[in-house]
Design a binder for this molecule. Structure first.
Ligand code: SAM
Length: 284
């Protein structure tokens, strides 16, 4: 069967099924073979891999994944897409289609069942309205993961990869970099999709660390410090933490900053992950 990455085949499929795109599900389907090959290469998919695809749409990327991987599990929320997927993917025998909301799926149980609890790869052109909950949910629930290679909004990719002091650096950068090594594999313009999104996109690979790059006594407390620090970016770190509801006095924060040889006027955006870890251990 001719591939859906050929825009003509995607257009014929829309017509054949009278398919109406659902904005609420973030439906922008890929129609660029070059981008699809880049995603598969960035993820390093091989015949040993079980791959979870979030939101297969018409199955455009699923066709490429099925050819490169041992097995593909494709989780799609829109039930109107299920009969279409059964048609477009009928030539492959290594794909399971699951009609579910990915945020409600017990992915750890799925991995245990499909891959004996061994790490899987997650590959997706993500629905942009839930990018962060999907990614953070996968990391925080400790699903065995090799890497997550996903298409996201370009500015979200920049935030995930940002380093201290840059304008894009924030709570998302620190959360992602605690769990994974980010690498932007490609920038993707709107004309690679049907319909065209009104933002630029990027493919980012997040290679999961076996162990986080820092050791911190109370992970949850560190992340509450991080969130409070970036809630009021223009304020000093001390004021952000006090105003952000962290139950520590200003004097203790000042003392901790002095022990770390940081200025009392320092802002959260200047601190590295390692420094947030140290601050958390001094205050917790
Ligand atoms: N993978 C396809 C492609 O690249 O052409 C479609 C990508 S489209 C950006 C996002 C897909 O995610 C849509 O098919 C949409 O219906 C699906 N989706 C949206 N929310 C979802 C959710 N909560 N759980 C599972 N799938 C979802």
């Amino acid at each position: 069967m001719e591939k859906l990455s050929n825009p003509q085949i995607t257009i014929e499929t829309i017509k054949k099924y009278d398919f109406v795109f659902q904005k609420k599900f973030g439906q922008n389907f890929l129609i660029d073979e070059h981008v699809l090959n880049k995603i598969i290469a960035a993820a390093g998919v091989t015949k040993d891999d079980v791959v979870l695809e979030i939101g297969p749409g018409f199955g455009t990327m699923t066709q490429y994944l099925a050819e490169a991987a041992k097995e593909v599990i494709a989780v799609e929320i829109d039930k109107a897409l299920i009969p279409i997927l059964q048609d477009t993917l009928k030539d492959y025998d290594n794909i399971s289609i699951v009609n579910e909301d990915i945020l409600k799926v017990d992915i750890a149980a799925l991995v245990a069942e499909k891959n004996n609890g061994n790490p899987i790869k997650v590959v997706a052109n993500l629905p942009y309205y839930i990018t962060t909950p999907i990614i953070m949910g996968l990391f925080e629930s400790h699903v065995p993961l090799d890497n997550l290679t996903v298409m996201v909004q370009k500015e979200v990719a920049s935030r995930m990869q940002a380093k201290p002091g840059s304008k894009d650096y924030g709570a998302l950068s620190l959360a992602v970099q605690y769990y994974a090594e980010p690498y932007i594999a490609a920038n993707v313009p709107p004309n690679c999709f049907i319909p065209r999104p009104n933002v630029g996109s990027a493919v980012i690979r997040l290679a999961r660390f076996t162990n986080p790059p820092i050791v911190v006594r109370d992970e949850e407390f560190m992340f509450s410090l991080i969130r409070a620090s970036f809630n009021q970016r223009r304020k000093t770190l001390q004021n952000s933490l006090v105003n952000g509801g962290i139950a520590v006095t200003k004097d203790r924060i000042a003392d901790a900053l002095s022990k770390m040889q940081l200025s009392p006027a320092v802002r959260g955006e200047a601190l590295s992950l390692d420094q947030f870890g140290q601050l958390s251990d001094l205050l917790s």
